[in-house]
Ligand binder design. Structure first.
Ligand SMILES: [Zn+2]
Length: 199
């Protein structure tokens, strides 16, 4: 995981997000008062966000689902189980699918997720560490399913499958950049430092 933020410690919802092995993720923790025993009642979710540019068109057809009818107030229905993403090891199974950007089947980013606190795990006190552990396992399995997954170079914004010959990894496999982009940045920085030093 390369970064994580807490928006507000006192809010009923805390969120953390970042990227891991090239895939964006999000964790939510809803605080819902206390249980009968006076314990804090929390509800955890985690999500993985899939971006069209990271996949082949064929892979994307299995990730971004077609709409199969409309439900309450016109909300789209999807058949989650047709996707290979459905079979990844999600905590308790998939319970969430939604477009992040784009409209209907033309989505460019879709979000798959799952939640805690149902089907017999209500009595377990989950922690951020435990949820991150499960999230990593989901993303690790996604990376096996899509071994040619493209990462976004943080410098030039282009998507590419990380390759030793093209660039490098750092920090827990969480980050990748073209050598050329890293060198350009270094050169610009040196030029700027020289200029600033000479002024
Ligand atoms: Zn680049």
């Amino acid at each position: 995981m390369d970064y994580a933020f807490i928006i507000d410690r006192n809010s009923p919802l805390s969120m953390w997000w970042g990227t891991y092995r090239g895939l964006e993720w999000e964790i939510r923790n809803w605080q819902r008062g206390t249980t009968y025993d006076g314990e804090p009642h929390e509800h955890w979710n985690y999500y993985v966000i899939f971006c069209q540019q990271q996949f082949t068109p064929e892979e994307w057809r299995g990730i971004c689902l077609p709409i199969e009818g409309r439900g309450y107030r016109g909300s789209p229905n999807y058949r989650w189980s047709v996707s290979p993403v459905y079979d990844l090891p999600w905590h308790g199974g998939i319970s969430f699918y939604r477009n992040v950007t784009g409209v209907d089947e033309l989505a460019e980013k879709v979000k798959w997720g799952c939640d805690y606190g149902h089907d017999g795990d209500e009595q377990v006190h989950w922690s951020l560490d435990m949820v991150q552990y499960d999230l990593r396992a989901t993303i690790d399995a996604a990376c096996e399913l899509y071994p040619r997954l493209r990462w976004r170079c943080p410098s030039c914004g282009e998507y590419e499958t990380p390759d030793e010959a093209l660039g490098f990894f750092a920090r827990d496999g969480a980050w990748w950049e073209h050598y050329a982009c890293a060198h350009d940045r270094q050169r610009e920085r040196s030029a700027w430092a020289a200029e600033a030093g000479g002024a």
